[in-house]
Design a protein around this ligand. Structure first.
Ligand SMILES: NC(=O)C1=CN([C@@H]2O[C@H](COP(=O)(O)OP(=O)(O)OC[C@H]3O[C@@H](n4cnc5c(N)ncnc54)[C@H](OP(=O)(O)O)[C@@H]3O)[C@@H](O)[C@H]2O)C=CC1
Ligand SMILES: CC(C)(CO)C(=O)C(=O)O
Length: 305
């Protein structure tokens, strides 16, 4: 099985590296600047689950040069999704399935409309990871989960192959038969966690210390629960409670990747995550006041000056 990693960022390096470590065929499709950084510093994973230096990884800036791709893992930020379309066009024409691992929901339909429902698999990740100054992936904590599964019945076989390939890959892989349910649950969790930590500019521990602030996370989760129902996915009250429990159990210093980006002065995915929820709510005539509030509070920090 040939895996292409589109976007050698934190998730791309982590999961691509782990597949490579287990003996899979992996290519990294990157842009010029990142290619130069990898040329200079190599690729490494520093992780609580074991470090790994990627030996002679196949790096390319040209999708044409990739032969027989089976799956392309898309690990870019939401605001870079459109910029991957030409690369994805080339790869899907060669037979690749798209496995997006972005946070959010809107990108699923965007990709399906562009490349066909049969091409887009369901994917998501629970992991705390970031690139360091050298462009190496730093992963912290226990979570390093990759969920995937079919969004179309024709994708069963490729998902089974991926499941088989990932069995010994050193991360936790979960094949789900209901990826829309998993995607909405993750969307609920991340909209709340990234919303409160980024808007308050505080890690989760400090948010939890202030009941009124943590309450906003709960309100966002309830709004996403209602939004999911309008889009045909039922998230139960127990699911909301489990997500809140997850937020309660995180280390005090833990925070969302969006908040980390705010601290570093990087561009934020707020339009893709909270903005996407507000747009989808508007389409259904649904009020989502907490999401609108955190969107408004984070917006001024969306783009670096
Ligand atoms: N980090 C985390 O802990 C988690 C992140 N996520 C989600 O996963 C997604 C990816 O996040 P993350 O890995 O942190 O992001 P990063 O910012 O670390 O990496 C994104 C990478 O995409 C690259 N890229 C963008 N456009 C292209 C393109 N057209 N061709 C090739 N490469 C491209 C960027 O490279 P360049 O240097 O060229 O700009 C960058 O290296 C996000 O949606 C995020 O919300 C989900 C769970 C956890
Ligand atoms: C909360 C977390 C780490 C869970 O995967 C995440 O998705 C993010 O910060 O973007």
């Amino acid at each position: 099985m040939n895996i292409v990693i589109l976007g050698a960022g934190a998730l791309g390096v982590y999961f691509g590296g782990r597949w490579l470590e287990s003996g899979a065929e992996v290519s990294f499709l990157v842009r010029e600047k990142r290619a130069a950084q990898i040329e200079a510093n190599g690729l490494k994973i520093n992780s609580t689950h074991g470090d790994y230096e990627l030996k002679n990884p196949h790096i390319t800036t040209e999708p044409d040069k990739i032969e027989s791709p089976d799956i392309v893992l898309v690990g870019v930020k939401g605001f870079h999704l459109e910029g991957t379309f030409n690369q994805l066009q080339t790869l899907t024409e060669k037979g690749a399935y798209i496995l997006p691992v972005l946070n959010g929901i809107e990108h699923i339909e965007i990709l399906q409309n562009k490349f066909g429902k049969d091409r887009v698999l369901g994917g998501l990740s629970y992991i705390f990871a970031a690139l360091n100054d050298k462009g190496h992936a730093e992963q912290a904590g226990n979570m390093h989960h990759l969920y995937f599964g079919p969004l179309d019945p024709s994708q069963e076989a490729i998902c089974e192959k991926l499941e088989h390939m990932s069995k010994n890959s050193g991360f936790i892989s979960k094949k789900s038969s209901d990826m829309m349910y998993e995607l909405w649950k993750k969307y609920m969790f991340i909209s709340a966690l990234s919303g409160v930590t980024t808007a308050a500019n505080l890690p989760i521990g400090a948010v939890r210390e202030h009941g009124e602030t943590f309450h906003i996370a709960k309100m966002i989760m309830r709004e996403i629960q209602s939004l999911a129902k309008h889009y045909g996915t039922v998230i139960s009250d127990d699911d909301v409670e489990a997500a809140l429990q997850n937020a309660r159990s995180l280390d005090s210093e833990a925070t969302s990747s969006m908040h980390k980006d705010r601290r570093k002065g990087l561009r934020l995915e707020v339009d893709h995550i909270q903005g996407g929820a507000v747009r989808m709510a508007e389409e259904k005539g649904l009020e989502v006041p907490s999401l609108r509030t955190v969107l408004g509070l984070i917006k001024p920090f969306e783009t670096p000056e």
